[in-house]
Design a protein around this ligand. Structure first.
Ligand code: ADP
Ligand code: MG
Length: 239
């Protein structure tokens, strides 16, 4: 246990919470689908970054997380890897006729959603893992059509996703991972109520929240979505 503690100190990972899983030291040692490990290598991601080491391990244990880490520390991959692992497990074990989303990622802007979806496509290549982008600027009908054809992950802005859910009945029963990226920015943009509304439509998902800084509004939101959360902060003086 003290070895893990000094490893975290060395990696500048700070954790708070109960029964926190140990960080993983490489992508190939945590039971990820082979294709996913391959895709990570092809993308040039030979070693997980510190935030990825801790977030991937905690997320694979189905824990809800509140994470703060510097810009550029690799947070996107840290939530996409466990999502893709979860989705490819979920799909291989169940019949393929019903394919409602298994995971939702909310991000504050269209641009950010595009980046997350692009990264998801790269890492999910060759796996039973399809994505739908739900943002303003593209025809809603096209986004609905894509979801209707079967997808695993929805990446969207809260406003547009609410819009779509009001106009079209999407089966959210199987959504078991709910990510809020750049949650401080989501709150600044007044998306709190929309995020809560989407959360309430889900049945007790694993929640992962990412933020540059953790202030009281962020903590309040996290507490209203999950209990027994793990707090992770990496290389961030703002802990
Ligand atoms: P954050 O969301 O924390 O600001 P990003 O997820 O946007 O950071 O990642 C920042 C950059 O780091 C991206 O260009 C991404 O491709 C790269 N990256 C992510 N994970 C790794 C890794 N394990 N090894 C090398 N580069 C990585
Ligand atoms: Mg990010």
């Amino acid at each position: 246990a003290s070895q893990i503690a000094s490893l975290r100190t060395k990696l500048d990972i700070c954790v708070k919470g109960e029964a926190i899983p140990d960080p993983v030291m490489c992508f190939s040692s945590c039971g990820l689908p082979e294709k996913l490990v391959h895709n990570l290598e092809t993308a040039g991601y030979t070693m997980p970054t510190p935030v990825q080491m801790q977030v991937i391990s905690a997320s694979l244990s189905d824990r809800s997380l509140l994470v703060s880490a510097d810009t550029g520390s690799g947070k996107t991959v840290s939530f996409l890897v466990p999502i893709i692992a979860h989705c490819s497990r979920g799909r291989s074990e169940q019949c393929t006729s019903k394919r409602g989303p298994l995971a939702i990622v909310l991000a504050p802007t269209r641009e950010l959603c595009l980046q997350v979806e692009e990264q998801a496509k790269v890492l999910g290549k060759g796996l039973p893992f399809k994505t739908a982008l739900v943002v303003g600027g593209d025809p809603l009908a096209q986004q609905i059509y894509r979801i209707e054809n079967g997808i695993e992950l929805i990446v969207g802005t809260p406003g547009r996703l609410i819009d779509l859910l009001m106009k079209h009945n999407v089966d959210l029963d199987d959504v078991s991972v709910f990510v809020l990226d750049e949650v401080d920015c989501l709150l600044e943009r007044g998306f709190r109520d929309q995020a809560m509304q989407i959360f309430r439509a889900l049945s007790r998902p694993q929640v992962m929240m990412f933020s540059a800084t953790i202030h009281s509004e962020v903590e309040k939101l996290s507490n209203s979505m999950a209990n027994n959360m793990i707090h992770i902060s990496c290389g961030n003086p703002n802990r």
